[in-house]
Design a protein around this ligand. Sequence first.
Ligand code: ZN
Length: 633
Amino acid sequence: MLNLNNMKGFSLWLAGLVWGACSAYAQELHMPRNIKQAFSKGTRAADGRPGRHYWQNRARYDIAIELRPPGRTIEGREHITYFNESPDTLRELPVKLILNVHRPGAARDSDADPAYFSRGIEIDSLAINGVGRPWKEAGAYHTIQDIELSEPLSPGDSLTLFFQWHYEIALRSDREGMIDSTTFFLAYFYPKIAVYDDYTGWDRLEFFDLQEFYSDFNDYTLKVTVPAGYLVWATGVLQNPTAVLGPVYAERLEAAGRSDTVIHIVTAADLAAGQVTAQQRTNTWIWQAAGIPDVAVAVSDHFVWDAASVLADSAGQRRVYVQAAYNDTAAAYRQAVTFGRHAVSWLSDEWPGIPFPYPSMTVFQGYAAMEYPMMANVMVTPALTITRSLMDHEIAHTYFPFYMGVHETRYPFMDEGWAVFFELLMGRSYKPAQEADDLFKGWWVSSWSGNTAAEADLPLITPANMLRNPAYWINAYIKSSVSLLALKDLLGDDLFKKCLQEFIRRWQGKHPVPWDFFNTFSNVAGRNINWFWSNWFYSSCYIDLAIEQVARTPKGFDITVGNTGGLFVPVDLLVHFSDNSTVTIHRTPAVWSAGQQQVVVAVTGKKKIRSVELQPGVFLDADESNNKWAAAL
Ligand SMILES: [Zn+2]
C-alpha cells in the first residue's frame, strides 16, 4: 500500500514490505463451536446486532436481610420469580452461592487465612412454587449448586423460589466482608440463579475469587433491617428515606438530588448527636432497582455521608445522585462526591458519551477497588491521584459490565478493557495528559511490556476462566485497554465513538460476546477490520517496534521501522534535522493492515537527518534499545 502525505514541506510515504511472521493473518476469525451455533440459530446476527431470535432469561428478586453488627451473622429470605424466555425446557436450576468460596475446602485462586474462612451460605429452607423441599448440596462443588426441578420449566413459563439462609460475614474484607466491627460491606450475599444463555446454556463456571461474574438483568426489591443508628447504602433507589432517617437528614438527602454542590447528609457531629436514623429498635431500609445485574449493600454506624447530584442527560434534564460513605478520617473521600460528579458527567458527555444509565452512584470506603451496580468499594491509597483513578475506574464500570451484560468470567477484556480505557481518558480530562499517561503506563502497561515470560503473550481471546496471574491481569486489563487505544487511533475518534455508541445501543441490557463486538465495529466502521482483530485478539504478538535503518535516497531519506513484536500499534517518529528543526510523523495501525513486518517512512527534502526516535507513548515498547537512530558524526 502507498500513503502520500505532505507535512511542513516534506512529502512522506510509507510502504509495506514483508508479510508478518508473528501475526496469523486471517480474514476469518475463529469462533468457538457454540458461538457458531448461536449465529446459525439466529440469536446473534452477522452484522453485530442481536439476532432475530435473540432471547435471555430474567428474574425478580425480592430480598430481605437482617444485620445485627457487631454480630457477624446475616440472615436472609428471598422470593425469586424466574422467567424462562428461552426456547428450551429447563430441568434444573443451577444456583450461584459465591460466598461459599470462603469455605475451607473450596477451590480458590489464592491462599486464604482464618480471617477469610467462613461456613459460606447456609441454606435454612427452600421452596419451589410454594412447595418446601430439602436442600441438598453436591459435595464436589461449592459456589454453584444444582436444584433438580420435579416439574420441568417450559419455554415462556415461570416459577417461584423461596430461600431462607444465613451466613457469617468474613473478618477479612476484599470485594466484600467486614470493614470494621460495625461497618460491613455485603456483596454476592444471596442465592442467585445462574445465567442460562443462547450459546452455552447454563453458566456453570465456578467462582475462584480471581475472575468475576455473569448475571441476568433482574428487577430487585431489597429490604435491609439494621439496628437504629445504622446507615445503609445500597444498589437502587431508596424507597423510604423519611421512614428510616431523622427528618433533617431525609431533607438533606432530598436536597442533594437538586444540588451541584456537596451536601453533608450526615457528619461526624450528627452521628455523635445520635438522631440520624428513625428512633425505633430497628429500621428497614427499602431499595428498588429494575433491569440490573446485581445488588450490593453497605452498613455502618460511624461512616459519614456526602451527596450531591449531576445532570447526566441534558436532553432529559435527568440528574444522577452521587454519594460517598466513608470514615471521616479519610481525607481523599472528602472529595469523593466532587470526583464522582465529574466522572458521571464526563462518562455521559464524552466517553462513551451515553447518559449515565443509573439514578445513583455511591462510592464506599472499603479495602477493594471493586464495582457493583450503582456502588463502588474503593480503598484509600497513599496517593490521591491513584485513589481518584480507582474511583473513576469503578464508576466507569457502570457501562461495562453492568449496562452491557458481558460475560466477565470468560471475557473480562470486554469490561476491564473499557474500564481502564475510560479511566485513562477521564484522567486526561482533569490533569495534565502526561500525568494521566504516566500513571497508565506505570500502573498498567509496564507490567506487560516488561514481562518476557510465555504467559504474558497469550492471545486476548483465550477464555479468561482458564487464566491465572499474571496472564489474567495482562489480558483482562492491559492488552485489552491498549487494543482499544490502537483501535481508536486506527478509526479516528469520531468513527470509533460512533462504533462504541452503536455497540452500546444494540447490546445494552443484553449479553454481547466478543464476536458481537468485532462485528458491530466492522459493520459500523463500514470496513473489514478482521486483520486488526486477528492481530490483537488471536495472536501472541507484543509491542516492539525498532528503527532498523535510515538510508539516503535520491529524494531524501527512508526510515525503516520494523515490527519485531508484531502487534499493530501506531508508529510515532520524532525526526531531528541537522538545522535543529524537528518533525513528528504519526501513522495509525493501518500501516500494518496487510500484515507487514516492516514499514518504510520516506522523508523527502534536502535537510540532513541527525537522529530519529520512536515515541511509543502509552504503547510501551518491550525493547527500547533499538528505538533510536543517530547519524554518524
Ligand atoms: Zn475493573
